[in-house]
Design a protein around this ligand. Structure first.
Ligand code: AMP
Length: 302
């Protein structure tokens, strides 16, 4: 029973008030897979890059027990590229450009060996492609889905079909408001839950996350961070940590989902401490566990 991650793998140019990096490893799948790799493995990545994708990235991913059989490398073609800038309010991101390149014709093919009984994380790709992935799976055990404003506005009907088939939808607060057409997040969560997902997670950037399901709400605290260098990939790191933890212990009780939300928050907090994927490349499980305990102490009271 494997864990499959499908989505973008790319090269990013990122600028913040503190520094900037060019040509850095990025893409939603990359962050998700790295974060999940600290809990379980091998993680099976399904994506596409061009032959300009540096071999050092492949090596680093393989060192994290990430299986790249589902990664297609297209000859004489360019990898997906994304550029963005953050200002002092790191919650607001200005996208500078998106060059889809090989990603424009992305046609996810799940390796035969991963098709059965798998967990899957559907990164932020067109809902029609997410559906295509679900159709290739035989008896999927647990499905986590991300989406964004672009698809909510542009592919609403396809997204509705996907939501009927997923266990968990992970979105941020502005996406939740847009999807539900409701400004109040609690009411929005009810509307979105009626669209199909068994559980809903609403991320609130540096203000924590909410988990809805089983007629219950769990509010995860925000980790008080002094050093946020680059918020890129935080949401993906959250999804990777959350799903990786569940894949490790296969316990879908609400109490365990709460722990998974905290592990997701832990991985997001490590992600933003460094540029690009650097914050997720050299962690130990002890560091992750210690931060989990810190999270617990943050809001425990009697
Ligand atoms: P996040 O900060 O969680 O939104 O995700 C960051 C990653 O998403 C970056 O590394 C980008 O390469 C990637 N990304 C940006 N725009 C898109 C897009 N339209 N489709 C797929 N991936 C994207």
């Amino acid at each position: 029973m494997g864990l499959i991650v499908v989505g973008s793998i790319g090269l990013d140019d990122i600028e913040t008030p503190f520094d900037k990096v060019e040509n850095a490893l990025g893409g939603s799948t990359t962050y998700i897979a790295l974060a999940a790799s600290y809990f379980t493995g091998p993680i099976s990545v399904v994506g596409v890059v061009g032959d300009d994708f540096d071999n050092k990235h492949i090596k680093m991913l393989e060192e994290h027990n990430i299986d790249l059989e589902g990664l297609k490398i297209v000859e004489s073609a360019k990898t997906f590229r994304y550029g963005c800038r953050y200002h002092y309010d790191l919650n607001a991101r200005e996208s500078l450009y998106t060059h889809l390149n090989v990603f424009e014709k992305f046609d996810p093919v799940i390796p035969q060996k991963s098709k059965k009984n798998s967990f899957v994380i559907l990164g932020n790709i067109a809902p029609a492609l997410q559906m295509n992935v679900l159709d290739q799976l035989d008896n999927a055990k647990f499905t986590v889905c991300d989406t964004m404003n672009f698809w909510i506005n542009g592919a609403f009907d396809e997204l509705m079909k996907v939501l009927k088939r997923v266990n968990v939808l992970v979105i941020n607060d502005s996406e939740a408001r847009l999807l539900s057409k409701e400004p109040n997040l609690i009411k929005a969560a009810k509307i979105i839950s009626d669209m199909g997902p068994q559980y809903l997670i609403i991320k609130k950037g540096e203000h924590g996350a909410l988990l809805f399901g089983d007629n219950t709400i769990f509010s995860a605290p925000a980790y008080p961070m002094e050093n946020i260098f680059d918020p890129t990939g935080a949401g993906d790191a959250f999804a990777g940590g959350f799903t990786g933890y569940l894949h490790k212990n296969r316990d879908f009780s609400f109490d365990n989902l709460k722990r998974a939300v905290i592990y997701g928050s832990v991985m997001a907090s490590f992600c933003v401490e460094k540029f690009s994927t650097k914050g997720l490349e050299n962690l130990s499980f002890l560091e992750i566990h210690n931060r989990f305990i810190e999270f617990r102490n943050l809001s425990s009271f009697s």
